[in-house]
Design a protein around this ligand. Sequence first.
Ligand code: UDX
Ligand code: ADP
Length: 460
Amino acid sequence: MVKNILCIGAGYVGGPTMAVIADRCPDIRVTVVDINEKRIAEWNSDRLPIYEPGLEEVVRRCRGRNLFYSADIPRGIREADVIFVSVNTPTKTFGAGAGKAADLQYLEKTARSIVEYAEGDKIVVEKSTLPVRTAEALSRVLHANAKGLKFQIISNPEFLAEGTAIADLNDPDRVLIGGMETPEGRAALEEIVSVYARWVPRERIITTNLWSSELTKLVSNALLAQRVSSINSISALCERTGANVHEVARAAGRDSRIGAKFLKPGVGFGGSCFKKDILNLVYLCEHYGLPEVAEYWLDVVKMNEFQAARFVGNMVDAMFNTVAGKRVAILGFAFKADTGDTRESPAIDVCRRLLAEHAELAIFDPKALDNAKRDLADAPAGAVKFCASAAEAAEGAHAIALLTDWKEFRELDFEEIYRSMQKPAFLFDGRDLLDHRRLFELGFNVYPIGCGALTHFGEA
Ligand code: UDX
Ligand code: ADP
């Protein structure tokens, strides 16, 4: 019976996942540790380090009861019988595999800490996204111990999406648990199954071998991202042909073999996982001598970059071939609604491209301004303003670029916003979130994604 769970890494994955495990398993003591002491202090405060709907309630319910945040990593390791590892595994920026392979230095350091402080056998669960066969490396590091300790490695990839993390954890489509095909491996796997089985129906808990589980995480994200890139590629064709991408997506998605989800066109996908995981997959394919397969998946990322470039290209074209010296209001900077996370947000790419065109940016996001400031810290002096509201960003602007699908943008007073802008006023809806017909009637020249622009310029 699992009594003591430790999670190493108190980020977007470890934080919410452990909160829900603690909530669902009151008899298990759950401790979350991190090398970043400031982050731990925030988890222990009233202002959690990440914004996630519903998270605060769960943390408030469990913290101090059976959920603890601590900077004492050695003690955490000593006391735990199960250790979840959810440290960051970013794309390597240096050396072999730079730009594609996963940087496993944080994972290896974690493994070394476990070896150093453990005093008994443990189950070690990979939660972070990892390249296939990482478990093997992890196992080698762990077993290079002179204490005679035994570690069972389990892969339990996380499928939560930011913004809906708590709901995803409480009611997952599936939980995937991979283990070694040995008697000890199977026993460890059953221990982890028994944790989730407290609230997840058994038929939704899938068990596989370690390598299948590791690869499934990469494949799931690659397939989801591929759908987004597929519909975005079609949005470009729709803009040229007079077809409407939403009608196409709705009609195609009604085929139950295709399905309606993840066919929403936009300015491109972002987030910490999609690009990183595809590049990881690409690197694996190259490593295993499959350049054609690598190339196939790399195109999903290329299409995403094309979409952001195309969006800015359309803006410049529409605004008489120049945005130099023009104020552009950026509505939304997070990579999607309901999160403050900006990792790989298409807004970063769009803003950089606009800055390269010498535009002046006025940025508003309800939750992501702090991260946006960090992401654009190297922008030319005076070229970027961060605003306290959408109305403030739009005041005196030539154009609005909507880049995140925050629902509250639908409720803005566009009549007033239109009045406060330069004329002709342009609106580029990078998420097709707004009521375009109404905005057009208010006077805006409206440029959606994947369907015809609504402009007051008449035929050329
Ligand atoms: C993703 C996976 O969904 C999740 O299972 C995995 O654990 C982590 O990666 P996340 O990155 O949090 O989750 O967000 P997701 O909702 O998948 O969206 C990713 C990006 O794709 C966002 O930028 C979103 O705006 C974009 N997207 C998504 C679209 O542009 N169109 C869509 O139809 C769906
Ligand atoms: P994710 O989105 O995968 O959760 P984050 O970057 O949000 O990624 O979180 C990863 C966390 O792991 C960070 O808070 C980081 O400080 C922590 N971390 C990295 N290396 C170690 C380590 N060796 N020991 C403990 N924590 C670590």
